[in-house]
Ligand binder design. Structure first.
Ligand SMILES: Cc1ncc(COP(=O)(O)O)c(C=O)c1O
Length: 385
């Protein structure tokens, strides 16, 4: 596969034609990632539901649809978008966090399978939707390494039903609550499959109390390579571990995964233009026409994103802080060594396809970036409101 996002001249052409800031995505890279997952998980009975929160652009969702994937939605508007694009109801799962009862009503009325993350909703469900089977999002109480802002399966996390509420669940099942699936999501960008496997242990133990579950949803967390020295998760070893768990369960079960960034992160870059190169007391600042209103990961998660100066790939380098236009602290990179930067250079911020545009805002009344898709040599403006 040739990766168009490695083609500097093409990216510079796109920046010139469509202006900056601009997100550029590659369909080929998304397809490559889907195929990798399908290959590594081939010995499992599994379904993939793309976590559409990572990038909910309709054209990106259509690529998932073309590949036969389902989606994991976390809001009513995400469900509506998936339905409007032609995803079948059975291919949509809904994993909301602290939803309103009106949100739940929408999902139940539209027959969207829902993962409930709090026992406090059970009375409402039993009273209003007694015939509806639900999934339970459990919190395995698994403290993992990495960034705590994206760790979602530990004791202090708001997500999921703590496993120590098993007795409450059992009591409601005796009252008639119908549970047909279990779900967990340990966190995002999890560094090792062993961290994920500890949650797998917990959910498969839990599953023993629920005879005949249709599926166990193991969420995602598959780390991607943000930093050149980052290690990615060994998904084959993870699949092997899960397979052993399935074989040991007294009933057959399917597995669902909900990858977001694994499918789209490396498939997108953000191109920005240098407004000014400015000398501080000691530091040199590269001020670009973007900020956390376009890509918040470096500021919110202290995430590392590789930056490439597309306009100058020479060998003479300098150290810069790459900052944005907001009246806020909006630093993309601290003390980053880059080939000498000058005004109007185009910089590429890599690995920006996931949680980039989807977390963007119009803070400071700044415009949002455009979005461009490259597929099979065709370049299309896929910007949407
Ligand atoms: C419930 C759920 N599933 C799936 C995902 C996707 O995770 P990732 O983007 O790490 O693959 C998330 C991300 O936060 C999530 O909250």
């Amino acid at each position: 596969m040739t990766n168009p996002l490695n083609d500097n001249r093409l990216l510079l052409k796109i920046a010139k034609k469509y202006g900056t800031p601009v997100y550029v995505y590659s369909e080929a890279v998304i397809n490559r990632q889907i195929q990798k997952l399908q290959k590594d998980f081939k010995d499992l009975p599994f379904d993939i539901h793309y976590a559409m929160k990572a990038n909910e652009n309709p054209e990106i969702l259509k690529i998932m649809l073309k590949n036969g994937l389902g989606v994991d939605a976390v809001s009513v508007n995400e469900i509506k978008r998936a339905l409007s694009l032609g995803f079948e109801k059975e291919k949509i799962i809904y994993t909301p966090s602290c939803p309103s009862v009106n949100d739940l009503k929408f999902a139940f009325d539209h027959k969207i399978h829902t993962h409930i993350g709090a026992t406090e909703y059970f009375d409402f469900i039993l009273k209003n939707y007694p015939a509806t089977s639900i999934g339970l999002r459990i919190n395995p109480g698994n403290q993992i390494g990495g960034n705590q802002k994206i760790a979602t399966g530990h004791n202090d996390s708001k997500f999921g039903i703590p496993i120590n509420q098993l007795d409450v669940i059992k009591r409601y099942i005796r009252k008639g609550l119908k549970v047909d699936s279990l779900h967990l999501h340990t966190g995002s960008d999890v560094g090792t499959w062993q961290d994920l496997a500890r949650s797998v242990d917990v959910i498969f133990d839990f599953a023993k109390y629920f005879e005949g579950l249709k599926y166990i949803d193991l969420g995602s967390g598959f780390k991607v390579k943000y930093h050149p020295e980052d290690k990615t998760i060994d998904l084959k070893a993870y699949a092997f571990y899960i397979k052993k768990k399935i074989d040991a369960l007294p009933y057959p079960v399917r597995i669902k995964f909900e990858p977001g960034k694994f499918l789209v992160s490396d498939a997108g870059v953000l191109l920005v233009k240098v407004n000014v190169v400015k000398q501080g007391f000691d530091k040199k600042f590269v001020g670009v026409n973007s900020g956390f209103h376009h890509l918040i990961r470096p500021m919110y998660y202290d995430a590392y994103h590789e930056i490439v100066n597309l306009s100058n790939t020479g060998s003479a380098t300098e150290k810069y802080d790459v900052v944005g236009v907001l009246c806020e602290e909006d630093t993309f990179a601290h003390n980053r060594l880059l080939p000498t930067v000058t005004k109007d250079d185009i910089l590429m911020i890599k690995n920006a396809g996931a949680y980039g545009f989807s977390m963007s805002s119009v803070y400071n009344l700044q415009d949002k970036p455009k979005e461009i898709l490259i597929s099979g040599g065709i370049i299309t403006d896929i910007s949407h409101p």
